[in-house]
Design a protein around this ligand. Structure first.
Ligand code: UD1
Ligand code: MG
Length: 459
């Protein structure tokens, strides 16, 4: 049986008070609309349609290229009017699932259950009981409280109807052919002068089409975003849920309320994460990894038993970054794309590493820069030393062999190679290759003048 998935995303989102269309605001690092599309990605659909209007160009550019069809709604005259625009695009027969682009956390299981319950024959509404139902469309049932008769919008509801707590969530599954017929019959004689999609419920009842209300107990999956406050509160709920599932898997979070994951986090056994850490993109933490407070880690892999001390920033961007087993990183370290650190590497405070490979046991403990470098095993890279990898036009590599000792405050002007076991005197500017086992000193010789008398202040 055919299935259409329709996501309504044409509304203005006035209460966001933003120039960005509402459905492009981010929750856990992804646009609200991306969440909705993601949760229905596992459903086999014949057509996936997004209704755009307000900020349509921006919305279509942001989520395009994923087998979606966009239908424009101009002007936006209500949810029923929105669905009217999709009628020519709907695959005939079967069912049509309708979702809102501003209700991001709907679960795959729920959407599948609605489609199954619809079966191309029944009108299925996702509903929820709210303690405070103000603003929502109410589910009106018969005197016995069983058969659904209609949805009445809050602004059109009587006092008795406003006392009802069962509300429409904005998600439904409808028999496609009947849906097309019903939306063609809508009018806008109501408190808001809009074409309400919810008016099709009474039409279904009048035609004797079965109407089924599926109640969800999970408020989080049906909460919509209308304002910055609602967005922030939903973000916290989502983060807390992610934190709980990590803790269930054995991850020890110092405080689940101070944890943010904007992507995916895979953790081994006995992982500990202190407060205020942010994980983005795809991050993997091996067994026994400990992350100190206030770290930001994006697109990176951290090996078993490595320690990431406080205030460390790791961003692999698209190239990725990796930290070897038992490595010690930070506090205040910065690892950039292409940083590949071997086992037991030490990177200390105010050390930046970019596009560089450090072999097992290499150390750069203080105030240093390694860019476009290949660093051998057990190298000791002194405080204040840098690779001068950029000549103003091109980047060049620095190769440092195993067991090299680079003193403090050196400049290694790339391209340059330091052979295995070489020693570089502190304060040197190295512009030529150094042979294995050699000592290179490249700085002004010290001069001492005995009994030097300093200038005196003229009175
Ligand atoms: C709608 C329901 C209400 C339900 C509530 C749940 C109607 C008439 N009412 O009300 O019963 O309780 O959702 O949150 O459907 N949109 C368009 N084009 C339009 C108008 C809206 O695409 O012309 C989109 C919006 O971008 C949004 C969705 O439809 O994603 C819902 O619109 P909104 O105005 O928020 O509906 P509510 O008034 O909240
Ligand atoms: Mg509205």
């Amino acid at each position: 049986m055919s299935l259409n998935i329709v996501v309504m995303a044409a509304g203005k989102g006035t209460r966001m008070k933003s120039s960005l269309p509402k459905v492009l605001h981010k929750l856990a690092g992804r646009a609200l609309l991306q969440h909705v599309l993601g949760s229905t990605a596992a459903l086999a659909a014949d057509a996936r349609i997004v209704i755009t209007g307000h900020g349509a160009d921006q919305v279509e550019a942001a989520v395009g290229g994923e087998g979606l069809r966009f239908v424009r709604q101009e002007p936006q005259l209500g949810t029923g009017h929105a669905i009217q625009q999709t009628v020519p695009a709907l695959t005939a027969g079967g069912s049509t699932l309708i979702l809102s682009g501003d209700t991001p956390l709907i679960s795959t299981a729920t959407t599948r259950a609605l489609v199954d319950a619809c079966g191309g024959e029944r009108l299925v509404l996702l509903t929820i009981e709210y303690a405070d139902p103000t603003g929502y469309g109410r589910i009106v049932r018969d005197a016995a409280g069983e058969q659904v008769l209609a949805i009445v919008e809050h602004k059109d509801a009587s006092d008795a109807q406003r006392a009802l707590r069962e509300c429409y969530t904005g998600v439904m599954a409808a028999p496609t052919e009947a849906l097309k017929r019903w939306v063609g019959q809508l009018d806008n004689n109501n408190a808001q002068g809009e074409y309400y999609l919810t008016d099709i419920v009474a039409m279904a009842v009048a035609e004797g089409v079965p109407v089924v209300a599926v109640k969800t107990a999970d408020e989080t999956e049906v909460l919509g975003v209308n304002s910055p406050s609602q967005l922030a509160h939903l973000e916290r709920r989502f983060q807390l849920a992610q934190a709980e599932s990590l803790m269930t898997a054995g991850v020890r979070l110092a405080d689940p309320a101070r944890f943010d994951l904007r992507g995916t986090l895979h953790c081994g056994k006995d992982v500990e994460i202190d407060v205020n850490c942010v994980f983005e993109g795809a991050v993997t933490l091996g067994d026994g990894v400990r992350i100190g407070a206030n770290c930001v880690i994006r697109n990176a892999t951290i090996g078993a038993n490595a320690r990431i001390h406080e205030f460390t920033h790791i961003d692999g961007e698209t190239a990725g970054a990796s930290v070897g087993e038992g490595a010690l990183i930070g506090p205040f370290a910065r690892l950039r794309p292409g940083a590949k650190l071997g086992a037991e590497v030490h990177i200390g405070n105010f050390v930046e590493v970019k596009n560089s490979t450090l072999a097992k046991g290499a150390k750069a403990n203080h105030l240093a820069y390694l860019g476009d470098a290949t660093v051998g095993e057990r190298v000791n890279y002194g405080a204040g030393s840098i690779t001068a990898n950029y000549d103003g036009a091109n980047k060049h590599r620095t190769t440092i062999g195993a067991d090299v000792h680079v003193g403090s405050n050196c400049v290694l002007v790339a391209p340059v190679t330091l052979g295995d076991g070489a020693t570089i005197g502190g304060g040197s500017t190295i512009t030529k290759d150094v042979e294995p086992g050699g000592l290179a000193v490249a700085r002004g010789r010290q001069t001492v003048i005995s009994g030097w008398s300093r200038p005196k202040k003229v009175k």
